[in-house]
Design a binder for this molecule. Structure first.
Ligand code: NAP
Length: 263
């Protein structure tokens, strides 16, 4: 099902499944290199996303088959799944489409966070599990798990929540809620000030990893605020992984040398 390509003449057409800083950085790194044509795909959740260089398409593909069709019809030669570690459906769709088309797939996943000395972390297996644990851990909660999962906390009527998101939440939300509209990255001084101003006594976060939103963890440690961390969902088996943009570039660069290189 994969398209024919003359490696001497045709650039690699890389489809980057995006929505993350890493996806943008990858597109930036390949921009201007005539050996690559890059299309970044965004789900369309954010009203005004920060756009990467190169071509951009927005919206779902229509499941595994839709993605496979798009890959073939657009002559894609490499797919990089650079979606967020919690975008679990898209990663499985990418894996399925890779199997259908035979087009090589790499998952670019930033490493998760690990607690250090002084951290008081509790782990939850899902947002629903986190909601079960919140009431016994805090009263004034900084909830940074994203606006789309707020329904999991909607039944918590006694807990006060501060939610920070790029766009306003939609759907069921907890009744005692303050929304702060903001786009990261956030620095340590901002996070310290936020925790103190709102007298936060619990931080709830997904294990997103990366540096853009990590200062909140440092601020929590400094302030003695416990952290409830939602573990990552499962990922598809047998998909090679890179843990940095540099490693993903190495995988892409290996294409014409007939080797994918160490990741
Ligand atoms: P998801 O549950 O894995 O995906 C749901 C559906 O959205 C997919 O089946 C697909 O629709 C579409 N989709 C997802 N990512 C897409 C992409 N890059 N391009 C085109 N369609 C996409 O994902 P999600 O958790 O809703 O996240 C949506 C997007 O937001 C992702 O791209 C992710 O990188 C970004 N994001 C997510 C989080 C998070 O915590 N989940 C945080 C930051 C950024 P079809 O089946 O129709 O193709």
């Amino acid at each position: 099902m994969s398209a024919e390509r003359d490696p001497e003449r045709d650039p690699e057409h890389v489809l980057v499944l995006g929505g993350t800083t890493e996806a943008r950085r990858l597109a930036q790194a390949l921009a201007g290199d005539p050996a690559y044509r890059v299309t970044t795909s965004l789900a369309g959740r954010v009203a005004s996303p920060v756009l990467p260089p190169g071509e951009v398409r927005v919206g779902g593909f229509g499941g595994v088959e839709g993605l496979a069709r798009w890959i073939v019809e657009h002559g894609v030669t490499r797919v990089v799944d650079a979606t967020h570690p919690f975008a679990e459906h898209m990663s499985f769709h990418a894996s399925g489409a890779g199997a259908l088309t035979g087009v090589p797939l790499l998952a670019l996943r930033r490493p998760g966070w690990t607690p250090g000395p002084g951290d008081a972390w509790t782990f939850a297996d899902s947002l629903a599990h986190a909601a079960d644990l919140v009431a016994e851990l805090g009263d004034r909660v900084f909830l940074t798990t994203g606006r789309t999962g707020l329904h999991a906390f909607a039944g918590l009527t006694d807990t006060w929540f501060l939610v920070r998101s790029v766009d306003p939440p939609q759907g069921p939300v907890p009744p005692r809620l303050e929304v702060l509209l903001a786009r990261g990255p956030f620095d340590l001084a901002q996070e310290r000030e936020l925790l103190a101003r709102h007298r936060i006594d619990l931080l709830v976060t997904k294990d997103s990893g990366g540096s853009a939103t990590a200062p909140k963890l440092t601020a929590a440690r400094e302030a003695g605020v416990p952290v409830l961390v939602v573990r990552r969902p499962p990922t598809p088996a047998h998909v090679p992984e890179a843990h940095s943009v540099e490693a993903a570039l190495q995988w892409l660069g290996g294409a014409d040398r007939g080797s994918s290189g160490p990741l």
